[in-house]
Design a protein around this ligand. Structure first.
Ligand SMILES: [Zn+2]
Ligand SMILES: [Zn+2]
Length: 174
């Protein structure tokens, strides 16, 4: 059964943001059946990463065992509810500067120029995440119906993004 529990060793990596999970911090331990074999495997995620990327299963888990921190519980369930309603949102994996001009935007299939901001998408399936295309920031409003949430996610999953670059990103919105 999937659970929220404190991380005991500080050695697990989050499957959402690929960063380490700090020892003692709460993490989401999602149990998944191993593809084509018996038994279960664990996916570990930071709680906000779980709310963004695995909303359905996190909701089920905290509905059975609510978090002691009520504010944290409400915040995570709110994010998760949005993610279950608009399922495209949970594919947002990272915001990055396009390293080349080869990718095409999923919205209008136009090429994404090198060094322009794009949202990289990933799809979770069979216990692994697979790339699921890119959206250039100018198409965010067209591709995702709820823009405010997208911006929150975009910033959350953009570790390389500095404060100075934020107006740049906001400026590309149409
Ligand atoms: Zn994470
Ligand atoms: Zn586009």
């Amino acid at each position: 059964m999937s659970v929220v529990e404190p991380d005991s060793f500080g050695r697990s990596k989050c499957r959402g943001c690929k960063q380490n999970i700090a020892k003692g911090s709460l993490r989401f331990d999602e149990q998944l059946p191993i593809p084509f074999a018996d038994g279960d495997m664990s996916l570990w995620l930071h709680l906000p990463c779980a709310a963004f990327r695995r909303p359905q299963v996190l909701l089920t888990t905290v509905n059975i065992a609510p978090l002691k921190d009520r504010q944290c519980h409400d915040h995570l369930t709110e994010i998760s509810h949005i993610g279950t309603e608009v399922s495209r949102l949970k594919r947002i994996a990272e915001t990055e500067l396009s390293p080349n001009g080869r990718a095409r935007c999923k919205s209008y299939k136009e090429p994404i120029p090198k060094d322009s901001w794009r949202i990289r998408q990933e799809h979770f399936g069979e216990g692994a995440s697979t790339p699921s295309g890119n959206i250039h920031l100018g198409c965010v409003n067209l591709f995702f119906p709820t823009n405010e949430t997208v911006l929150v996610r975009t910033q959350y999953f953009a570790p390389s993004l500095t404060e100075a670059q934020l107006p740049d990103i906001n400026g590309t919105r149409q």
